[in-house]
Design a protein around this ligand. Sequence first.
Ligand code: GRF
Length: 203
Amino acid sequence: SRLVVLVSGSGTNLQALLDAAADPAYGARVVAVGSDRDDIEGLRRADRLGVETFVHRVGDYESRAEWDVALAATVASYAPDLVVCAGFMKLLGPAFLAEHAGRTLNTHPALSPSFPGMHGPADALEYGVKVTGCTLFVVDGGVDTGPIVDQRTVRVHDDDTAETLHERIKVEERKMLVETVGRMARRGWTVEGRRVLIGAGTA
Ligand code: GRF
């Protein structure tokens, strides 16, 4: 399978996919890495391995809608089987979803439907949950609301800060991403309503 990965920051989730894809048996390879901003570690991780990169800055376009159309077209040019948002900090718009919905995944550092949005770990800590975690889901038009593919749990420690909690979540998140994207790539998957089915019996 051909993966396009979208990043906006450090790209440790991307790095986990790049490392896994080095094994031909993994069944997927990262054909391109895209971002909404320049000069981030995530793009440098791709450069180091000779993986093609592209950047679409919202500010370079007349409107958000035009950015959305441009991003959708660039991603389509790589003929992806899966698009993985791994720390991508922009909401994908209607043009992108028209082109790529159903094959676009996102990972969120909380147990959906709890704590959607930009501050999942901080919101979980604030609420006082004892268990949080991360969610892999199929992107739809909402904020972290799409059909859930996989989830992992992480216990909250009494002395956690939002940062220490997020780093511990990211350990589980990288494992979830590598294991489940690999299974989807090797075995195929379908979405029926809000249920995502991987492997045997899928179309
Ligand atoms: C991940 O926890 C992702 O779920 C969240 O931001 C973090 C990105 O981390 N949206 P990295 O850039 O993959 O290191």
